[in-house]
Design a protein around this ligand. Structure first.
Ligand code: AMP
Ligand code: TRP
Length: 340
């Protein structure tokens, strides 16, 4: 390694495989906006439709969810004039680089991915080949931009380690210092927002129970109802965060509150320690509505003009192609696929 200096660049993605949740917002989207606003990195944000199709997607739903996700990104503060915002399938370098990485990554590496094991379950013979290769496509997303930093939730940590392994193996196999060893950015109090029904499972858009999650599309009443019914233990809130160690449901609600109110968990405990759930839950719902409802309104406004969303995604994908195509071409050349 010669220690090539790479331009500071952020890449991250969200699957348009359903409506976005509070977990996506706190674990990913909010932090995408923070990194954009910090102005220290070029930011590239992607709706990963090629990842979404690793499990069955109804085509009309996928189209609608892709536009909705774009609207949610913009409503949350992703500014297409300052960040690149596009959908993955419109920048062909992702799929093309993924093929090269399919030939770099090893079957054993993929087989160890916990997301693969969870999603394929016992029925792995029936899972798509794409679901197995999913992490190589994710590495291609990131490395087609020579991204140096990737903000994600905790559940993506293993995939980012694999991305680093692919970059390192490529650099080593071909004797180059071409791909950066990307840094995961997993920080803040809400890197793993849990289900409101089960404090041991993450909040997910694919959970069969709608009561387990807060959706971007939920109105104030729905949000209040979901927090009111959120599973908790009978104890009141303790004075310190450390005392929540073995109370996953209680800790989750405190983490959510801290992230929404942008306060440290210690400051939150100083404020709410001693409260019972009847007092804390309505307060939490209020803060959630304050943060989410302006975004929901803004998102619906964007959705009134789908042609404008398509135009913005079109412009974003042109910028994405400008960055990713030369990197893909160079990769193919390094591998000996003509040129040079
Ligand atoms: P996905 O919805 O699986 O495409 O996830 C998109 C992004 O949201 C990734 O960075 C995930 O890590 C993040 N994310 C999804 N669910 C959660 C959650 N429950 N808590 C925190 N981050 C999450
Ligand atoms: N696999 C990620 C998820 O489901 C989504 C994703 C795809 C991604 N490509 C990415 C995240 C590149 C960060 C960088 O959460």
């Amino acid at each position: 390694m010669t220690g090539t200096a790479f331009t500071p660049r952020v890449f991250s993605g969200i699957q348009p495989s359903g409506g976005l949740t509070l977990g996506n917002y706190l674990g990913a989207l909010k932090r995408f906006v923070d990194m954009q606003d910090a102005g220290t990195h070029e930011c590239v944000y992607c709706l990963v439709d090629l990842h979404a199709i690793t499990v069955w997607q109804n085509p009309d739903d996928l189209r609608k969810q892709t536009r909705e996700a774009a609207a949610a990104f913009m409503a949350a503060g992703v500014d297409p004039a300052r960040s690149v915002l596009f959908n993955q399938s419109q920048a062909p370098a992702h799929a093309q680089l993924a093929w090269a990485f399919n030939c770099v990554a090893r079957m054993g590496w993929m087989g160890r991915m916990t997301q693969w094991k969870d999603k394929a379950g016992k029925n792995s013979e029936q899972a798509s080949l794409g679901l197995f290769a999913y992490p190589a496509l994710m590495a291609a997303d990131i490395l087609a931009y020579h991204a140096t930093h990737v903000p994600v939730g905790e559940d993506q940590k293993q995939h980012l380690e694999l991305t680093r392994d692919i970059a390192a193996k490529f650099n080593h196999d071909f004797g180059v210092d071409f791909f950066p060893i990307t840094e995961p950015v997993i920080d803040g109090p809400a890197t793993r927002v849990m289900s409101l029904r089960d404090g041991t499972k993450k909040m997910s858009k694919s959970d069969p129970s709608d009561m387990s999650r807060i959706n971007f599309s939920d109105d104030a009443d729905k949000i209040a109802q979901k927090f009111r019914k959120a599973r908790t233990d009978p104890e009141p809130l303790p004075a310190t965060y450390a005392e929540l160690k073995d109370r996953p449901e209680a800790r989750n609600l405190i983490d959510i509150y801290a992230a929404l109110a942008a306060k440290s968990t210690d400051a939150v405990m100083a404020e709410v320690g001693g409260q019972g759930w009847g007092q804390f839950k309505p307060h939490l719902a209020e803060v959630a509505v304050e943060v989410l409802s302006p975004m929901t309104g803004e998102m619906n406004r964007f959705m009134d003009d789908p042609a404008e969303i398509d135009r913005i995604l079109g412009e974003g994908s042109a910028k994405a192609r400008e960055i990713s195509e030369p990197i893909l071409a160079k990769t193919y050349e390094i591998m000996g696929m003509i040129a040079s």
